[in-house]
Design a binder for this molecule. Sequence first.
Ligand code: GLN
Length: 203
Amino acid sequence: MAGSTPLVARPRIGVLALQGDFREHIASLTELGADVVPLRRAEEISALDGVVIPGGESSVMDKLARAFGVAEPLSEAIRAGLPTYGTCAGMIMLSTRIQDGIAGQRTLGVLDTTVRRNAFGSQNDSFEIDIPMPALGEAPVHAVFIRAPVVAEHGADVEVLGALPDGQVVAVQQGNAIASAFHPEVAGEDRFHRRFLDLVRSA
Ligand code: GLN
């Protein structure tokens, strides 16, 4: 295009838009200057610089992703290095192992983690808490948990970005993949999305 030769192109980000709170992620990433598109079909993956997997219901997202033929190519692209960020159900989708999944529930098998679904039970299924996460900056992260999972186990290559006061791991990174059990996209917290876009720009 004549007259526009940006040094850093606007990264093109796909938000998996089969189910869940993809609209909130689209809004957060658009606000940060990304070119954001809903991702629903396998053919759309190759045009992306990064992909976000939203919160929602992981068992439904898994079924839809497989029914639409997007699960396998998406898993392959992410495992080959396409930067990704998953929140809540998205964290479950990125994990390799699940506890308390529904029968036959599968994931994209990206992170060397075991997540436990609905880890806080029905008594305490939604809550908010400020969590110090030095990797994200000085101010604590205001974390909104909604029927959230936790990372029950993780391999040595997984960096813990955040944990609850009792030690339960709720935010991790492994290579180009970031995941949080909570929802920055509903809390006006943009540092996870910024970190993800930094990964995209340096990928
Ligand atoms: N409990 C949901 C699941 O298992 C996740 C909830 C969420 O994404 N807010 O997928």
